[in-house]
Design a protein around this ligand. Structure first.
Ligand code: AMP
Length: 434
């Protein structure tokens, strides 16, 4: 299957070529024809599956064709994309900018946590597509800066996460402001009852598409477990990051305070690192993210919430400095690497108290995680008490004894990126931890 076969127009095909996309992902090949046929869509897909392009590409095409046919262009908002976080909103806007580079379709992104002034000024100039988080959208709508009466396509992105984050009432309020006659595209990684109910109430004869079940870990991600005492985690992290083959690493901590501390300790050890979490201003988070994406900073330390929506092409390593107590979070974290068909490596540092979490994780992913036993800071050798001998069941072939973190080697250094399909990343519900 190629993008040409999906009947995409030349300006979009050209942009996809620039992006280096050669093959549609499963969600794209299923969803694009449905959206182009102007039908409603219920899509079960998590981030990392290429879902953004699955809705963005056909929407750009529909808008482009409409614009070509229109006698005079109008400035009304025609497409609304609602997404739960600022990071996701920015990510979607960047994708739309890239895929729509040759279409002349205008887009605008609004989100909370920053001054509304510039957003209001830009809204006055009109836009075809509005990407928004629910709270800021309602604020600006209430103030009369946004007219939703001309919406023809409505995308609800990450509906389950909207529910998790307590935004579902705002979402329902936004929906009441939209015209009844419209096309609705509903995306959710999981479908708890409330989400299924919402989908039923707002979709008309939807086509249903689903890719990869929630619990499946991307097969192309190499996972490694380091058992280590709590007091040695910092030294282990520094040791691991001294390996120059780690091109970029996203390090996860459970708390904001932990993220700051780890970033500071790394910097002290001469490893350039930045932290992002909810307490930092939107500007400083964005700056840290841009620096990381551009390769100016090699290590980014983040909490789960701050890391939502972080989409870094070719992120080589994810490091779980602390093991999440919600197993789905592990799947979600490691899914940050190995995206867009690339391979990746996920390292986890487990102290004695975290061993039960590892048990939950291995149960969820249905496999044990290979243990790196030959490292300088093995558990039980610090001045503290020895760790309880909870052995993970594993075959000796799963032991990685001091093996270098060689990149799984998919030869992905080139520009062309091919979607390998297969295992997707879990994006299930997550209890908030910070
Ligand atoms: P998403 O699920 O929308 O967050 O997308 C995950 C990643 O896959 C992003 O980095 C996209 O740039 C990338 N991507 C999306 N579609 C394709 C494709 N057809 N081929 C290669 N990479 C893609």
């Amino acid at each position: 299957m190629s993008f040409e076969k999906l009947s995409l127009i030349a300006p979009i095909l050209r942009a996809l070529e620039t992006q280096g996309y050669t093959t549609p992902t499963p969600i794209q090949s299923q969803a694009i024809p449905v959206v182009l046929a102007q039908k409603d869509l219920l899509a079960c897909a998590q981030t990392g599956t290429g879902k953004t392009a699955a809705f963005a590409i056909p929407i750009l095409q529909l808008l482009y064709q409409e614009k070509q046919a229109a006698a005079t262009p109008d400035r009304h908002i025609k497409t609304l994309i609602l997404t739960p976080t600022r990071e996701l909103a920015i990510q979607i806007a960047e994708n739309i900018r890239d895929y729509g580079a040759h279409t002349g379709i205008k887009h605008l992104v609004i989100f909370g946590g920053v001054s509304a002034h510039t957003q209001i000024q830009t809204l006055k100039q009109g836009t075809d597509i509005l990407i928004a988080t629910p709270g800021r959208l309602l604020d600006l709508w209430q103030q009369g800066h946004i007219n939703l009466r001309y919406i023809r396509q409505f995308v609800l992105d990450e509906a389950d996460r909207m529910l998790d984050m307590g935004f579902i009432h705002d979402v329902k309020r936004v929906i009441t402001k939209l015209p009844e006659k419209r096309q609705t595209l509903f995306f959710s990684a999981t479908t708890p009852n409330e989400i299924a109910g919402l989908a039923n109430s707002i979709l008309t004869n939807p086509e249903k598409v689903a890719v990869t079940p929630v619990s499946s870990t991307a097969e192309k991600i190499e996972q490694q477990m380091y058992y280590v005492d709590k007091s040695s985690k910092r030294s282990l992290l520094i040791h691991v990051l001294k390996d120059a083959s780690i091109a970029s690493a996203l390090v996860f901590t459970r708390t904001k305070h932990g993220a700051d501390r780890v970033a500071k300790e790394l910097s002290k050890a001469g490893i350039q690192a930045n932290a992002i979490h909810g307490d930092k201003s939107q500007n400083s988070r964005q700056r840290a993210l841009t620096d990381f994406k551009a390769g100016r900073i090699r290590v980014l330390v983040a909490t789960d919430i701050a890391a939502r929506g972080i989409d870094v092409d070719n992120l080589s390593h994810v490091i779980n400095y602390e093991i999440p107590n919600v197993p789905e979070t592990y799947v979600h974290r490691i899914g940050r690497t190995g995206r867009g068909g690339a391979s990746g490596i996920a390292l986890s540092f487990c102290e004695a108290e975290e061993r039960p979490y590892v048990k939950d994780i291995t149960k969820l992913i249905g496999q044990s995680i290979p243990v790196v036993s030959n490292h300088p800071f093995p558990a039980g050798e610090s001045a503290e008490r020895p760790a309880p001998a909870v052995q993970m069941r594993q075959s000796s072939s799963q032991q990685i004894n001091g093996r270098k973190n060689g990149n799984g080697g998919n030869g992905n250094g080139g520009n062309k990126r091919k979607w390998h399909g297969g295992g997707g990343q879990g994006r299930p519900q997550q209890r908030q931890q910070n």
